[in-house]
Each structure stands twice: as C-alpha cells, then as structure tokens.
Design a protein around this ligand. Structure first.
Ligand code: SIN
Length: 287
C-alpha cells in the first residue's frame, strides 16, 4: 500500500497513468473514507482498475451515481431494462469493435462526460485489452512554443462522422450495437488545452475519434497539426494497457485520458457494461 492511502491498496500499473485498486467491494455502499481515497486515486492516476467485482446492474448504477448523475449515451444499445447502462458488445461474427480507435468519450457534447465505468462480463481467452493514454503527459512533454500556440486554440468536436446516418448506411456490422443516427447532430467547441476541473493540471483535449479541426481553421488546415499531436499523444511512454478478466472494472477520466479497445480476438465474444458519468463544460487555460 502506498503511503498516501490508508484504506485501499493502490498499485500503479505504468509510469504515466493507471493503478489497480485492491481491498474494495463495489457491490455495496463503499464507506465514506474509502470512497474519498478512491476519488483521490482517480485524480492521481487518470484511470483506476478493480478486479473480481460482482455487480448487478443496480449496483453498477449506484456506484456511478456516487460520483455524479449518469450521462445516458444516446448511441449505444442499452442493457434491457437499464437505459443508464450502455452495452459494449462484439459477437464472434462481427468485425468492427466499439471504441477501436483512440478517443475520449462524449467530447462531441457541450458538457463532455466526466468518466466512464466499464465492467467486464465476458472476455476473450486472449486479446480484447483496452489501452489508455495520459493527456497530462501528452501536454507536458510538448515544446514551450507549441504549448503556447495550442493554449490559444479551440477545436471542433462532432459525433456525426462516427454515429450519424452516413456511417450507419456504410456498415451493417454495427447492427444491434449502435442506434439513433438521427441524434448525431450536435457539434461542440472546446479549448485545445484544458485545465482539469479537479486536479488543476493542464491536459491536451483533442482526440482522433471526434475532433474535426481547430475552430476558425478548415479541416484540411487542421489535419497536419492534429496528426502531429495524435502521434505524440499515443507514444507508448504515455500509455498503459489493461488485461480484462470477468469481473474487472476500468474507470477512466475523460478529461485526462484517451482510450482504445483492441480488436485482436476474431471469432470470440466480448461483452461489457458501461455507465458514463456526467461532467461539465471545460475551461481553457487562457482567458
Ligand atoms: C469504449 O470505448 O467505451 C469501449 C472500451 C472497451 O470496450 O474496452
């Protein structure tokens, strides 16, 4: 147990981000002192992992609601009877997976989600890991020159190209998993460098999944700089990788991390339940 924590056992999994937390049962009411330390670990590590949990949907929802109200995802098929729980499923005969490229959940919303709590029910024998990358590290390791350019910029984010009608027509592989293309209408503009509302640290806030371009720039003008940032932010030094078992949970901070689900388990089934917790509008670092 690290010295900073008295009621939970926190084991960092990589240099940049991520820690496994042991000694906690999330199926019941987590005691206040323990909950406060879990909250601190979430801030310290950007993504926290739990093992061997047995959660009914109601318990998953109850744990999420201790953080903030639930942000119901309007595009994922939900678990029967539980609109708050998005089903993240890949059947053995499906090719595409959900979340297979680096992204930050809900950055297309005006008030992007604070975090997502993903619970594993069925996992492949091997493969299907999830990777995370630290957007604190991505920002902090840029040159001072590029930092100051980025701090003056905002970026446009959208769900249209991922969940909208054009995408729905292009692929029948997402049938049963992604719905409501008519709701993919809203775009949002956020600062490119945000100040994290709880930790106060600066983080890079663009992502390959949902960012279209810089505000006031064309998509074509934006592309080279975005590509540079994406290559930088996905450097292995900034990442960690989580190997799932049934009963594992990953809870990531969308303001501080990217994630991507690896799609390396053809012919096998993977089933997860995701509850996403509401966030707030993001502040930049320059006013
Ligand atoms: C997601 O992007 O929310 C899914 C991540 C995963 O399935 O590992």
């Amino acid at each position: 147990m690290t010295e900073r924590y008295q009621t939970i056992d926190v084991r960092p999994v990589a240099g940049a981000l991520g820690a496994e937390i042991h000694g906690v049962d999330l199926s019941g009411e987590v005691p206040g002192g323990q909950f406060a330390e879990i909250r601190r670990a979430f801030g310290d590590y950007g993504v926290i992992f739990f093992r061997d949990q047995a959660l009914k949907p109601e318990q998953h929802i109850a744990f999420a609601e201790r953080w903030a109200p639930i942000d119901v995802n309007r595009f994922f098929t939900h678990v029967d009877g539980y609109p708050q729980i998005a089903q993240v499923l890949k059947e053995p005969d499906q090719r595409d997976n959900i979340g297979g490229g680096w992204h930050t959940d809900h950055s297309y919303d005006v008030e992007p989600a604070m975090g997502s709590i993903l619970y594993a029910l069925e996992v492949p024998e091997s493969g299907g890991d999830t990777m995370f990358s630290s957007m604190y590290r991505a920002y902090e390791t840029l040159s001072d020159g590029l930092k100051s350019v980025l701090e003056g910029l905002k970026a446009r984010h959208s769900s249209r190209h991922v969940f909208g009608a054009a995408r729905a027509q292009r692929s029948d592989d997402t049938v049963g998993r992604i719905t409501n293309p008519h709701l993919a209408t809203q775009d949002a503009v956020h600062p490119v460098v945000i100040r994290h509302p709880e930790t106060g640290r600066k983080a890079l806030y663009v992502n390959p999944g949902f960012t279209l371009g810089f505000d006031g720039w064309t998509d074509e003008e934006s592309r080279p700089l975005l590509d540079h940032l994406y290559a930088h932010a996905s450097r292995p030094d900034f990442t960690c990788r989580f190997r799932w078992e049934p009963g594992s949970i990953a809870f990531w901070d969308n303001r501080a991390t990217w994630h991507r689900a690896l799609n390396d388990y053809p012919g096998q089934r993977r089933l997860m339940h995701r509850v996403t917790v509401r966030g707030s509008a993001l502040e930049g670092t320059v006013h």
